[in-house]
Structures are given as C-alpha cells and as structure tokens.
Design a protein around this ligand. Structure first.
Ligand code: IPM
Ligand code: MG
Length: 371
C-alpha cells in the first residue's frame, strides 16, 4: 500500500514523540511492504515563530491532499499566560479541524494491568475498563460567535448545534456501539441547555434505527462523577465538543498516565491522528516524554487505512514494552527508559528482533542512570 502522510510535529514534546511514531511506521512499511511518504508541515506555536501564522496555507493544502495526518502536540506557555495574545497556537488546530471537517474525535480509554498501581482509582474499579469517547469536534461553543465588549468588561461565546451536526457523529457512534458491547451513553446538560435538548431529541430519533443498541442519557456533571466511581459501565460515550474535551482528559488518567492515550479525528476526507496529551513544555527536548500516545495514534492511523494486522502488531509491541518494564519517566520515575529507546524497542519488536532473542543487557545500556 502506498500512502501520503502529512506530519505535523508541532510544539513542546510533539517533535520527539512523533519521531518515534515515524520510526515505527517505517518498520511496519518495511516488514509488510508498504510505502509511506511523509510531508512535514507547520502548525501551532512553532508555525507562529517561523511564519507568524498558527496554520500556514501550505499546511491546509497539504493536509487536504493527504491520506492522513499525524500530529504531535500544540501549545506554549507564553500564550497560555497572556490573555491578550491575538494569535494563539490552538487557533491553528481548530482551523485545521474545521478546514478538514474533522467532525468526530474518537478517544479510546483502556487500562493496562502493569500500570494499575499508577491509576488514581482503585484497581478493582479499573480492571477491564474499556470505553470509547465520540466527541463532536467542529461545532458548539468552540466555534460559536465570540466577543468581548470595548470596555473589556463583558464577553460571550455562543453555543450552536444543528440537527445535521448531531446526526453525522451520532451515526458513527451507534455503528461503533454495534461492533462493541452495544451500549451508548449520551452525555449532555439537557436539564439546562437548549443545545443539549436538541442532542437528546436527535439521538432518540436515531436510536430507532439501531434497535440492538441500549441508549442511556447522563448529565455531564453526573457523568464526570460516574467516570471516577464506575468507569466499567461505559461502552460508547457520545457528547458535544466542550463536554468531550473535559471528560476525555478526566478519563485519560484512569489508565495511570495521560501519555498513553491516542485519538483519531475523522470527517469527510483525510483523518488526523494525535495523542491526547498536550505539549508538556517542561519535558521538551529532554528525551523523557512518553511516546506511546503518539505510537498508539499511528496504530489508529493504520486501522483507518484498513491495515489491521499492522495496527495490532504495534499494539502488541506496546503491551510488550509495558509488561517488561520498558517505560518512560512518567510511569517509573527511577528506572525509566528514554523516549527514543522506547521508539527503538518497539520498532525492533516489529522488525522481529524481540522477544525471541531479547538481549536484556543491551537494552539495559539504553536505560537512564539516576545517581
Ligand atoms: C484537545 C485539546 C484542544 C481542544 C486544544 C489544544 C484546542 O485540549 O484536543 O482536547 O480543546 O480541543
Ligand atoms: Mg483537551
């Protein structure tokens, strides 16, 4: 298979984690006889520094003409701490989502037995947690009219949804539920918000077409609590843009590290794949960031191309590193391996170098030494 992938390394730890994914995609290409061509493009604070624009036109153009986009991370503290900044890195990502009509953001949440001890939740509550969040990504309060008055004393952000915007993601979520445990939970705030009442009405109508799927409804405040109290109850969670942003960060810590979660944003054309973590500027350039969120995002990218065997091999390799204690500093602050080492181990695994002839001594040489 021959595919064109746009790579946007982005800000902070984005470049170093994305480079591990490229190593692994190259190992997959070699093993299975595929050809992946990469076009590197700018977005975010990096793009502002180099061009003054968080999303240069060339990036949009290349993304529109690609088969998929692999993206690292976005954001820089110099903008976060300056509410008056007119140009912000995040505007680049929002504009890219809109330009590519990436209306569905898919975030799978699962746990790994070897990391249970790192979860803020009790092990008995997180064993076998396996759910997937379908977050609407191009509507709602993120994209409504926003304004601050001349005196700077009043501001507003409009939240609007149309029936069509709700329908297209709801169908994807119901279809996913049919392939899984056949349960869909709509998270909204229908006791207060008009947009949420529209979501409920439209989802109830669509549910009639998916009679094999059980549907339930949760207010977002209750959902935030249930994700902590009993995350096993969820299968497919469907929600609007801002609620999805918030509950997906909440859900991401269940596994024990935010650094592990991948995501896919899909729409009408090319899809975008990115870890859900941020740019983690404090770790940038130190070779300590966890590349697994990005690596698992590239597995989702391969699934999107229909390359399921290849994607499964990446997931097996990731499990193998976790089970054998080859982990980054977020997981083991004392005995940790570098970002680049994890990338090498996983690409070696894919190239059949492990586990048959695993040479621990060689691997140990690639480990950090804390004195
Ligand atoms: C995410 C991020 C983005 C969002 C930011 C960086 C604009 O938090 O992808 O969840 O809010 O959508
Ligand atoms: Mg977020």
């Amino acid at each position: 298979m021959n595919k064109n992938i746009v790579v946007i390394e982005g800000d902070g730890i984005g470049p170093e984690v994305t480079r591990q994914s490229i190593k692994i995609l190259n190992a997959v290409a070699e093993k299975f006889g595929h050809e992946f061509n990469y076009t590197y493009c700018l977005m975010g604070a990096d793009a502002i520094d180099k061009t003054g624009n968080p999303l240069p036109d060339e990036t949009i153009e290349a993304a529109l003409n690609s088969d998929a986009i692999l993206f690292g991370a976005i954001g820089h503290p110099k903008y976060d701490n300056d509410p008056t900044a007119k140009v912000r890195p995040e505007q680049g990502l929002l504009k890219l989502r809109k330009s590519l009509q990436l209306f569905a953001n898919i975030r799978p949440v699962s746990t790994y037995p070897s990391l249970h001890h790192l979860s803020p939740l009790k092990t008995k509550n997180i064993e076998d947690v396996d759910f997937i969040i379908y977050r609407e990504l191009t509507g709602g309060i993120y994209f409504g009219k926003k304004e601050t008055n001349a005196e700077g004393t009043l501001a507003f952000d409009d939240c609007t949804y149309t029936k069509e915007e709700i329908e297209r993601i709801a169908h994807l979520a119901f279809k996913q539920a049919q392939l899984r445990r056949k349960k869909l939970t709509l998270v909204d705030k229908a006791n207060v918000l008009e947009t949420s009442r529209l979501w409920r009405k439209v989802v109830k109508e669509i549910a009639l077409e998916y009679k094999d799927v059980d549907v339930d409804f949760l207010f977002v405040d209750n959902a935030a609590m249930q994700i902590i109290l009993n995350p096993k109850q969820f299968d497919v969670v469907l929600t609007e843009n801002m609620f999805g942003d918030i509950i997906s960060d909440e859900a991401s810590v269940i596994s024990g590290s935010l650094g592990l979660l991948p995501s896919a944003s899909i729409g009408k054309g090319a899809a975008l794949f990115e870890p859900i973590h941020g740019s983690y500027p404090q770790a940038a350039g130190k070779d300590i960031a966890n590349p697994l969120g990005s690596i698992l995002s590239s597995a989702m990218l391969l699934d999107h191309f229909g390359l399921h065997k290849e994607a499964t091999l990446i997931r097996d390799a990731v499990n193998w590193t976790l089970e054998n204690g080859f982990v980054t500093k977020d997981i083991d602050p004392v005995n940790f391996y570098f970002t680049t080492t994890i990338g090498e181990l996983i690409s070696d695994y894919i190239g059949n170098k492990f586990p048959a002839d695993i040479n621990r001594e060689n691997i140990e040489l690639r480990k950090s030494t804390i004195i």
